[in-house]
Write a protein that binds this ligand. Structure first.
Ligand SMILES: *Cc1c(COP(=O)(O)O)cnc(C)c1O
Length: 332
């Protein structure tokens, strides 16, 4: 089953082209030698706002009716989706509200404000912030754009898959960071439509892997959220999941889970060997290759999904003592 067709991804590509960067696909000499197969890195770390999420957010914003654009957008995400939505709304001239709890650190508040969104501080938890989103949707007619389980968002993330197939048509294996599954569903749908033989593997952290547990259970389940270096991969998939659960079930050939030490090794390798600052969620594909948990048998592409990591924390992981890496900072 493909809920999101190639036509939707191709339309997304045209729609978002003026607003996003076509990111580089760089050969990794070190990973190619280690794996005995050509390995390329799709560097969404270079994307505007520092993650691929600008693709899906831009496609969602640009797909809105004129009426919805005039009323504005709202989200409770303070992480990469919140940033991306703020940027996409600004580019489209749409008002965006980001609801946050009073506990969100001031640097995250400032980052969203700097992108032109209105910040509303409400309550003391993510649930309080989400309740304010629901109220604004109900009472003021704002449109909520969810981070992954939304057709336009998935199609937008799928544009990465089109670029990979163009730049490396012989790709046999693609490694995709996996949380709510919008990225994995979009990329796998686009690539498998173009070349059905491609293997697509989703990578999550072992600590609180909601999609993996849901796939094992055969239906969406909730998991306890835990601190992890891959903070952008935290959170559930939604018990009323509409798209990404079924797409990941049908399109992913495998899902691999990583320890915190393995993720730290991925961040370190990205920095020292590839010269890229990569956040934990973005480094899981590299980490899976280094840990030998995915063994390429042909040309391989790793989606490196984002770079938004606290600078001091990055320095500590990349250049500091390896044993100090467990337990992460704020949630993304
Ligand atoms: C959101 C995010 C992911 C996971 O994307 P999903 O569509 O939720 O699976 C991976 N990496 C980064 C950097 C992200 O921000």
């Amino acid at each position: 089953m493909t809920l999101i067709g190639l036509d939707m991804v191709m339309e997304a590509r045209v729609r978002i082209a003026p607003h996003i960067l076509r990111t580089p696909l760089n050969h990794s000499a070190s990973l190619s030698v280690r794996c005995g197969a050509p390995v390329h890195l799709k560097l969404e770390t270079r994307q505007t706002t520092g993650s691929f999420k600008l693709r899906g957010a831009s496609n969602a914003v640009l797909s809105l009716s004129r009426d919805a654009r005039e009323r504005g957008l709202v989200t409770a995400s303070t992480g990469n989706h919140g940033r991306a939505l703020a940027q996409a709304a600004k580019a489209a001239g749409v008002h965006a509200v980001v609801c946050m709890s009073a506990l969100v650190p001031s640097n995250k508040v400032d980052a969203v404000r700097a992108l032109g969104a209105e910040v509303r501080i409400v309550g003391h938890s993510q649930d309080d912030a989400q309740n304010e989103v629901d109220r604004l949707v109900r009472e003021e007619g704002l449109t909520a754009v969810p981070p992954f389980d939304h057709a336009a968002v998935i199609a937008g993330q799928g544009t990465i898959g089109l670029e990979i197939v163009e730049d490396a048509p012989d790709t046999a294996l693609v490694l995709i960071p996996l949380s709510g599954g919008g990225l994995a569903a979009g990329v796998a749908a686009a690539m498998k439509n173009k070349s059905p033989h491609i293997r697509a593997v989703g990578i999550s952290m072992a600590r609180g892997a909601a999609m993996s547990e849901s796939l094992n259970a055969g239906h969406p389940v909730s998991v306890e959220e835990q601190e992890t270096l891959a903070d952008s991969l935290g959170g559930g998939i939604g018990l009323a999941n509409r798209y990404t659960f079924a797409m990941c079930r049908d399109l992913l050939d495998d899902v691999v889970l990583l320890s915190e030490d393995e993720i730290a090794a991925g961040i370190r390798h990205a920095s020292i060997e590839e010269g890229e600052i990569v956040e934990g969620a973005g480094a899981v594909g590299i980490a899976a290759l280094l840990a030998g948990k995915v063994v390429p048998r042909g040309p391989t592409v790793v989606v490196v999904s984002g770079r938004n990591i606290d600078e001091a924390r990055h320095r500590q992981i990349a250049f500091g003592a390896a044993e100090k890496t467990s337990g992460a900072g704020g949630h993304g």
